[in-house]
Structure formats: C-alpha cells, structure tokens
Design a protein around this ligand. Structure first.
Ligand SMILES: CC(=O)N[C@H](C=O)[C@@H](O)[C@H](O)[C@H](O)CO
Ligand SMILES: CC(=O)C(=O)O
Length: 308
C-alpha cells in the first residue's frame, strides 16, 4: 500500500444528486466538491453509502458516481472512499475492482442484509472475498446495525481480522453502542486503525472515547460547525465543543421528530447549499413542502457560537 495521509476529521456521506425525472445528475458533482471544500471545510467523502442511496442504484450508476467523485475530487479532496457493498457477492467484487481501478482512496463494505451473516466467520469470509479484489485499497467495515439488522459486535469482528484481511484499515461505526466502540479502540490501539463515527448527533461522545473522525450525512451542510466542534474538542474547550453538539443536536432532534431520512437530507442540502439534489429514488418519497419550511426556519433560528 502506498503511503497515505491518515483519514481523520469529517467525511461527508455524499448525497446522490438526481434529476427531476430520477436519473443520476453527474454534472452537479463538480460544484458539490467545491461547496464541501470551500463552504463546509470538509475534504473527505464517502460515496454510494446510505445517504447516497447506494443500495438503490444500479451497478452502472454506482460506477459512474464513483468515477465522477474520484475525478472531480482530484487535487481538491484528501480521501474518496467508495462503498462497494451489495447483496450479491460478484456485484460487490466487481465494484471493489472498479474502485481500485479508478484510484479510490478506500473502499467500505456493509454486511449483506437479506440473507444475513449470522456469525463473525460468515461475515469475515464475505468481506475477505470482496476486499481481495482490491488488494491495495484500504478497507473499512461499514457497521450500521439499525439498517442491516446485522448486530455482530465490532469488538468481536476485529479479533484476528488483519490476518485474514490485510487491507483492513478501520470501521465506519454507525451505532449508538459506545461501549463496543470504546472497546474496539482500546483493544486495537497499537494498530493505527481508524474509527469513524456515524451517528452525527452524538459525535462528541464518540470523540471522548477516541474516535478519529466521523462519516455522516449532516457534514454536507453542518460540516463547518462540526469542524468547529472538533477544534474545540482538540484544544480542549469542552464547554464550546458541547455548545456545538447541543446546537447541531437541536436541529437534528427537531427534524427527527418530523420524520428525517435521506429524502429530507436531500431537501435540506438543497436549501442550504443552493445545489439541486433532486428527489430521492423509490421507495423513498420526496420531503414535503411543510417539512422543508419548518426545517429551514429551525436552522435559520440557530445562532452559532462564532456568530454565523
Ligand atoms: C442512518 C443514517 O443515515 N445514518 C447516517 C450515517 O451513518 C447519519 O449521518 C445520520 O444521517 C445522522 O446522524 C442524522 O441522524
Ligand atoms: C451516513 C453515512 O455514513 C452513509 O450515508 O453511508
């Protein structure tokens, strides 16, 4: 593996822009990259994951999106990670080979969620088959039990994983079990792994137990403020860090009560950035006008500690 900059800080889980008639909207990605870097101070992306509706896209669409992000991110982004998980092993392998061929900075794989692995060995066997197709690309396990239903603890999964998967680099940890996360960090301290947290509304708790950074949907439009939280935490100015977490949490708490998912994320990103993200793909339905008006009013009402 070539030497690389350690992945830390914020990673935006990219939204897949779509045209009004539901096609992927590739030309928008160029301005999306500039927006993340210049307006949100976010220099890493995680493509075709949950927020990107990756599992609702065709293999061809996923490849086109991966290529566009790698190409537009060149010299602008630090890391472009491509999610290559799929229900079918050959499809996942094809995506892993493709990610390697286009020069992706990392790949991530979710646990299959129809026929589910029931134990660690089944899961690691599958991950091994996928990742060996991209033998020079750092691999992140994408742990998101609320959506996959695969609840194998990461602490257990990590025991011996490096021997079977030499490219193993870390975990995108999208679960609220901070005991599991903390034990992973504690037990693997010597290994230089990267633990990226994925529940944005409680990132500060994950930082406290040693998370290296975060992957999430909200860093598309709250990246600047969340980076200020990371800075405050590093100083450390915990009172200020908490203020940021409380305020991003105030917004998320508000929208979660209204019903918040990828469709709503697309709408919020559209009004915050001015970049048209378009509708989601079925089975998701677009956010209502009422949601958009309320979410916008809420976000506008928040006064951030830096006065912006
Ligand atoms: C389930 C889901 O989409 N999780 C995202 C990442 O893993 C998060 O970024 C959330 O969107 C965010 O924490 C808001 O709840
Ligand atoms: C949120 C996240 O990390 C994803 O979209 O995959």
């Amino acid at each position: 593996m070539t030497s690389r900059k350690k992945l830390q800080g914020l990673v935006a889980a990219t939204i897949t822009p779509m045209t009004p008639d539901g096609q992927i909207n590739l030309p928008v990605i160029r301005q999306y990259v500039d927006y993340l870097v210049n307006k949100q101070t976010v220099k890493n992306v995680f493509v075709n994951g949950t927020t990107g509706e990756g599992l609702s896209l065709s293999i061809q669409e996923r490849k086109q999106l991966a290529e566009e992000w790698v190409c537009q991110g060149k010299d602008k982004l630090d890391h472009v990670i491509i999610h290559v998980g799929a229900l079918s092993l050959p499809e996942s392998q094809e995506l892993a080979r493709h990610a390697a061929a286009i020069g992706a900075g990392g790949i991530a794989v979710i646990a299959p969620f129809f026929f589910k692995p029931t134990n660690k060995d089944e899961l690691v066997s599958l991950l091994q088959k996928v990742t060996s197709e991209a033998p020079d690309v750092p691999f992140y396990y994408y742990h998101i039990p609320p959506l996959t239903g695969v609840k194998i603890r990461v602490e257990e999964l990590l025991e011996g994983i490096k021997e079977r998967i030499p490219t193993f680099q870390g975990v995108k940890f999208s679960d609220t079990d901070l005991l599991d996360l903390a034990q992973c960090i504690h037990k693997n301290e010597a290994q230089q792994l990267e633990f990226l947290y994925g529940v944005d509304e409680q990132l500060l708790g994950a930082l406290a137990v040693g998370a290296n950074g975060a992957v999430g949907s909200t860093y598309n439009y709250l990246g600047r403020q969340t980076n200020l939280m990371l800075e405050a935490f590093a100083k450390p100015d915990l009172a200020l860090a908490r203020k940021y977490q409380f305020l991003t949490g105030e917004f998320l708490n508000f929208v979660i009560k209204l019903g918040f998912g990828v469709a709503q994320t697309k709408a919020v990103m559209t009004f915050v950035s001015g970049i048209p993200m378009g509708p989601p793909r079925l089975p998701l339905l677009g956010a209502s006008e009422e949601f958009i008006a309320k979410a916008k009013a809420k976000l506008d009402s928040i006064v951030w500690p830096d006065g912006n």
